[in-house]
Design a protein around this ligand. Structure first.
Ligand SMILES: *[C@@H]1O[C@H](CO)[C@@H](O)[C@H](O)[C@H]1NC(C)=O
Ligand SMILES: *[C@@H]1O[C@H](CO)[C@@H](O)[C@H](O)[C@H]1NC(C)=O
Ligand SMILES: *[C@@H]1O[C@H](CO)[C@@H](O)[C@H](O)[C@H]1NC(C)=O
Length: 333
């Protein structure tokens, strides 16, 4: 209730322009990848099916904008001839920024070896973390050229972590096997896709269209939406701020309701050196979440400005609900 619902949320993660066109345009360089996503209708989380392993298998992942890496559970049915767990203190472990040496006391299998490096995987919904084995295996993703779909491109030694199954519990959508992180960090999905092409002309840039049937583009803009998915571009942009943890923030300076400033403690709106405060973008939370004093202020202000509209029975998790039938149909909110 604090803000209007956003049916489409476009996030611009680069300084380059984002173009949405359905007509064809050709581009000779193979420098862009496309990953369709869909919204799970029970949890509202976004899910991407990603090709991994040898032989290739499509595996569903929850998309976490701020996640530092890609993790998958490996305890059961991990069949792949190309799985490899780098040794402690190897370059791969250095790249993943881990110096922890992993020991595993059950039978050797993917995710369970000695003298491999260990890394924390996080379930962004529950906040649970688990020590996991750093691993490498094939990841394949569709390329695009202009608006034409291109071939599957194989990244042979994609770094990810093998997490225990319990990390999936209890709230990820049914058949999801892990989480794909898009954070500003060394082994996140966009970072590895960009470095796969090295200097060959692939900026570490991506764009997200969060719709029931949405898409992620990796690589240089412009991006072409599929016919039927065209939407009008919002005017203007806002700079991104990267937090010390590699998470994406924007700088909200004020909140207006009915064109009037809501009184609030503006100190809370900026992110400090410890990464506290500020306005974080998220693909995990289905609603905007406000700090308590801001929430209180926004709720009171909104109720005052909308005093002519009757209140209705509360719909969880909201504390104030209005009768939409009494709201002028001409409003866009
Ligand atoms: C939820 O999604 C599934 C599969 O995507 C679909 O079969 C089902 O009808 C949907 N349920 C609702 C309530 O929309
Ligand atoms: C790892 O080493 C320990 C002994 O230090 C041993 O008990 C265990 O079986 C080994 N694990 C694997 C997966 O080989
Ligand atoms: C505003 O928030 C900051 C950070 O929490 C706090 O230190 C400060 O005392 C607050 N100011 C007021 C007027 O409440």
């Amino acid at each position: 209730m604090a803000s209007s619902s956003l049916y489409f949320l476009l996030i611009f993660l680069s300084i380059s322009s984002f173009t949405l066109l359905s007509q064809s345009q050709t581009s000779s360089k193979l420098n862009k990848f496309v990953l369709p996503i869909h919204q799970d209708n029970k949890t509202n989380l976004y899910v991407a099916n990603i090709y991994k392993r040898t032989p290739l298998l499509q595996i569903p992942f929850v998309v976490d904008l701020n996640g530092r890496l890609l993790w998958v559970t490996c305890e059961q049915n991990y069949l792949s001839s190309t799985y490899h767990a780098p040794r402690c203190y190897s370059t791969q472990c250095g790249r993943a920024n881990t110096h922890y040496c992993h020991t595993c006391f059950s039978k050797a299998r993917p995710g369970c070896h000695n003298n491999t490096c260990g890394l924390m995987s996080v379930n962004p919904v529950t906040g649970l973390t688990a020590m996991s084995e750093l691993a490498q295996d094939v990841l394949s993703i569709y390329s695009t050229q202009g608006s034409n779909p291109g071939p599957l491109v194989k990244i042979p030694r994609f770094l990810f972590t093998c997490a225990p199954s319990l990390l999936l519990q209890p709230v990820l959508p049914g058949n999801v096997q892990g989480v794909a992180g898009l954070g500003y960090s060394p082994i996140s999905l966009p970072t590895q896709l960009a470095s796969h092409f090295g200097y060959a002309g692939f900026a570490p840039t991506f764009a997200l269209c969060l719709a029931p049937n949405g898409v992620i583009f990796f690589g240089d803009s412009p991006y072409y939406m599929l016919p039927g998915l065209d939407i009008s571009l919002p005017v203007g942009y806002t700079p991104l701020i990267i937090s010390p943890l590699g998470e994406y923030y924007i700088e909200v300076k004020s909140i207006k309701i009915n064109n009037k400033d809501v009184p609030l403690n503006t100190t809370l709106l900026s992110i400090d050196r410890r990464g506290i405060g500020g306005t974080k973008l998220s693909t995990i939370n289905p609603y905007t979440i406000l700090e308590h004093s801001i929430f209180k202020s926004v709720t009171e202000f909104f109720t005052k400005e909308l005093s002519s509209i009757p209140l209705v029975k509360l719909v969880e998790p909201f504390e104030v609900c209005f009768n939409s039938k009494s709201i002028d149909k001409r409003t866009r909110v």
